[in-house]
Design a binder for this molecule. Structure first.
Ligand SMILES: [Zn+2]
Ligand SMILES: [Zn+2]
Length: 107
């Protein structure tokens, strides 16, 4: 359920405006390697609670970073398991491959 709400957030008008403004402010280039930027990433990953109680972390430019797809995957693969990325944006929570294998075994 929480996954759906986060997806709704990433599709929201307010987030789209915020990320577009940030994109322009950093000249549309990846802040890590200088390649064309694709994803406005949250340096501190956000959760549903932040959408309600910590809106500065969600929309504050201090916590944003424009990155290319490669740098984005690198940024996440370093620290979080069970996450993947959707085509337009940021993190999506998924079951790990191991958990899915276990389920198949149960059936
Ligand atoms: Zn990059
Ligand atoms: Zn990210």
């Amino acid at each position: 359920m929480s996954i759906g709400l986060l997806k709704t957030f990433y599709g929201s008008h307010r987030w789209t405006k915020c990320r577009n403004a940030y994109f322009v402010a950093v000249y549309g280039l990846c802040e890590k390697c200088g390649a064309p930027g694709e994803i406005v990433h949250h340096k501190e990953p956000i959760c549903l609670n932040d959408l309600k109680h910590n809106i500065d972390k969600v929309f504050g430019w201090d916590n944003l970073e424009l990155v290319c797809r490669q740098c984005h995957e690198l940024a996440h693969s370093k620290r979080i398991d069970g996450l993947t990325f959707d085509d337009n944006g940021d993190i999506v929570f998924v079951e790990t491959a191991a958990q899915m294998d276990m389920k198949r075994d149960d059936e």
